[in-house]
Design a protein around this ligand. Structure first.
Ligand SMILES: [Mg+2]
Length: 237
């Protein structure tokens, strides 16, 4: 089976990697399963994950790009949008900066390929609304995670990234035998379309915003973030 998991808030606790995260990796390895991070973070973060954690593949930028190690151990990237869509994104980003010269693009935007991100915590609510309206007017897709507003051109979702990954790279693995863990609205495509979805307990603050909720919602402080993932996996066996 493959354990797919969001990163921020699902594998981190208050922004930090803790013991529980490494226990999840140990558990996965001991039971001979694969662990794949599915995150809104940039492709450059994907390189970090592949370099420093025992993972063979990760799906980054909210499903826009897959990074993996090939048979010879080299890191390979596959963007899941076209060249035209990448140019559309660059054009819109220039427009956005022109309209809002002080817009706080995320520090990791330079390491992004298929999307860009905004640090919305540095903006007041009115400004956030204005920027989202500007994206709607320009028919630009976006989603809000617990850290960023990500925006892109083309069809990108965590679900499409996972589906493509399974079909192309792991055809012997069925979605029914795999699990996904998440904690926020940018995981909603997985909650909607991937049957085995689990929300860690800190998802409670977003539940009212979700049209599609995870099939299983963990409860209690002890099931927050990576501790919830670990408890759930231990109970599976
Ligand atoms: Mg998250």
């Amino acid at each position: 089976m493959i354990i797919f998991s969001d990163f921020d808030g699902t594998l981190t606790e208050e922004g930090k990697l803790t013991r529980a995260f490494f226990d999840i990796l140990d558990w996965t390895r001991a039971h001979d399963h694969e662990f794949v991070i599915v995150s809104g973070r940039s492709l450059s973060w994907g390189h970090f994950f592949l370099t420093h954690f025992p993972v063979r593949a990760c799906i980054m930028e909210g499903g826009g790009v897959i990074a993996y190690r090939d048979a010879s151990g080299e890191i390979v990237e596959e963007a899941l949008v076209s060249k035209e869509q990448l140019s559309c994104l660059q054009r819109f980003t220039n427009d956005l900066k022109h309209h809002y010269p002080h817009i706080p693009l995320s520090a990791d935007s330079f390491g992004r390929l298929t999307d860009r991100a905004i640090e919305f915590h540095q903006m007041d609510e009115d400004w956030v609304t204005q920027v989202m309206d500007f994206m709607d007017t320009n028919k630009i897709n976006y989603s809000k995670s617990n850290v960023h507003i990500n925006f892109w051109c083309g069809e990108i979702s965590k679900y499409l990234g996972v589906k493509h990954f399974l079909e192309k790279y792991r055809p012997a693995v069925t979605p029914e035998s795999s699990w996904f863990f998440g904690d926020a609205p940018n995981d909603e495509s997985m909650f909607e379309l991937f049957n085995n979805s689990v929300g860690v307990s800190n998802i409670s603050k977003y539940l009212h915003k979700l049209k599609h909720k995870p099939r299983i919602i963990l409860l209690g402080e002890e099931n927050s973030g990576p501790r919830g993932v670990l408890n759930f996996l231990r109970n599976l066996i």
